[in-house]
Design a protein around this ligand. Structure first.
Ligand code: NDP
Length: 487
């Protein structure tokens, strides 16, 4: 009898431990049992093996790079198409610990310098695909480079959400955008709307307040989700208004530019039209995890799942940090902390699997030097007449890139433009126009957003792209236009 009772107690305790406290820990312990053969033979099979490869270059990735490199682990950061991450698209931030007020771009510049100082190598390229079914893990970039990593930290961040309503795609870059800091000057003395009720909506409205005559924040519920401190900041701006219970049903325009939005008031059940020149979206973000979903466990929101209180993913040797893992906090400081944890986890993992100075030396011997990218300085045109003369006299294609130093995505695109200009130097003339220096050129050519790329042939504009382009997209465009010329 007593024996039976004891057996029941033991069974109950076993089930309780497995079920209540241990499911996720056991799940990860099981998953994290390495499926790979972490031996020197495997490392010797490839050239270009790197102990630690970090994907992305926001606060999570660069903090991880700083910690990895400082432990003398060779660390490569593949920066992605948005170097510096989302923080480069904000203006001042007031909640970066230790600094009462600092520009987002400045935080990222400091973090990058610190990581590089300790030996991290930052590569301006983006990941195209990964193969995590083999070890060392294979990473192929958009420009065709292949890296093999002993461990990977994913810090690919998130992408702003879009509404999916009529007119949104048609007028993207023609008044519809997610970057207030880039396009605010194009709405001088005009009326605009910001859609969303979070901190980003408030930040965008404030960025617009110095230019636009009136900014209306459209909130779908009867309250904002933004922090009280952020909402308080709105009291300082007489030209910002909030409209609650308001959904945007469609975005309308004249074919070239946005002219208004069609609204639905869910409280009064009425529709109305509002005349605006700009629609700024601030409705949250989606995690950039699609490339990894066949290998890693994601949660219902599409963020990468982590083992309790660590940055380990469901696959041994792959760690993740920052917004790609987080739909709750989404703060730069939290992402940086996650990045540090990820690097510490990754370094422990390497050491547990026999990574020592002999292995490091062997990898160093077999590593391929990173080939320096060829770039040319793209000439800057300041006078309208000068630009017209060049376009009129050109025999082949002329590419004009409109940018401004305060536009983060423009500044990120310039290095790609220089690299592509070097590649196509024989066939295409590349020029750039700083719209803050030469606003009359932007006006003459009806530039509604930056970055904006225009291609001219025989004095006519034959292509126009109103959004940031990656190096790969620029190359594809050039090849397509040159093929059309040959045909
Ligand atoms: P949030 O997810 O916090 O807010 C998104 C907002 O958009 C919500 O009000 C949501 O409405 C609304 N929304 C979502 N979908 C739609 C839709 N289809 N139509 C209309 N409205 C929609 O995103 P944020 O980008 O604002 O902020 C993300 C994170 O970044 C937060 O943690 C925030 O604190 C942080 N952040 C911090 C800043 C700072 O501290 N300086 C600055 C910017 C961001 P609903 O509430 O009804 O769901």
């Amino acid at each position: 009898m007593l024996k039976n009772r004891m057996l029941k107690v033991v069974l109950f305790l076993g089930v309780f431990l497995l079920g209540a406290s241990g499911t996720s820990a056991l799940y990860y312990a099981w998953r994290n049992k390495s499926p790979f053969d972490f031996s020197m033979n495997k490392i010797n099979e490839h050239e270009g093996v790197v102990p630690l490869v970090i994907l992305g270059s926001g606060p999570a990735s660069l903090s991880a790079a700083l910690y990895g490199a400082r432990q003398k682990i060779k660390t490569i950061v593949i920066a992605g198409n948005k170097p510096g991450g989302a923080l480069t698209e904000t203006s001042y931030i007031e909640n970066w610990p230790g600094r009462p007020k600092i520009l987002g771009t400045e935080v990222m510049k400091d973090l990058q310098e610190q990581a590089v100082q300790f030996g991290a190598e930052i590569i301006s390229d983006a990941v195209e695909r990964v193969d995590f079914s083999q070890w060392p893990f294979q990473i192929v970039t958009e420009s065709g480079r292949t890296f093999y990593a002993l461990v990977v930290i994913i810090g690919t961040g998130s992408t702003p959400k879009t509404l999916g309503i009529p007119g949104e795609q048609e007028y993207w870059g023609k008044g519809v955008t997610t970057c207030a800091i880039c396009d605010a000057p194009f709405h001088q003395d005009k009326e605009v709307v910001v859609i969303g009720g979070g901190d980003s909506a408030i930040e965008e409205a404030i960025q617009l307040a110095a230019y636009a005559k009136k900014i209306t924040i459209l909130v779908r519920k009867d309250r904002m989700r933004a922090a009280a401190a952020m909402q308080d900041r709105l009291h300082d701006y007489a030209n910002i208004e909030i409209k609650y219970n308001t959904e945007v049903r469609s975005i309308v325009g004249d074919g070239d530019l946005v002219t208004g939005v069609e609204l639905f008031d869910s409280k009064t059940d009425t529709q109305s039209t509002m005349q605006v020149s700009g629609v700024f979206l601030a409705i949250g973000h989606d995690p950039n995890a699609a490339l990894f979903k066949q290998y890693l466990k994601l949660d219902a929101e599409g963020t990468i799942s982590l083992a309790d209180r660590t940055q380990a993913t469901s696959l041994a040797g792959i760690f993740a940090a920052g917004d790609v893992t987080d739909h709750r906090y989404r703060q730069a400081g939290v992402a940086a902390g996650d990045g540090i944890k990820a690097a510490l986890d990754a370094v422990s993992f390497l050491q547990e699997h026999g990574f020592n100075t002999t292995v490091a030396r062997e990898i160093e011997k077999r590593s391929k030097p990173t080939i320096a990218e060829k770039r040319v300085e793209v000439p800057q045109i300041k006078q309208l007449e000068e630009l017209k003369e060049i376009i009129n006299a050109a025999k082949g294609l002329v590419v004009v890139d409109y940018y401004a130093p305060y536009c983060p995505s423009c500044m990120r695109m310039l290095p790609s433009l220089s690299a592509v200009a070097a590649e196509f130097a024989e066939q295409v003339a590349f020029l750039k126009v700083d719209t803050s220096v030469s606003p009359e050129i932007a006006q003459e050519y009806h530039v509604p957003t930056i970055p904006c790329l225009m291609v001219f042939k025989d004095q006519k504009m034959i292509a126009r792209i109103n959004q940031p382009m990656s190096r790969k997209q620029l190359e594809e465009l050039m090849n397509k236009l040159l093929d059309q010329e040959d045909a």
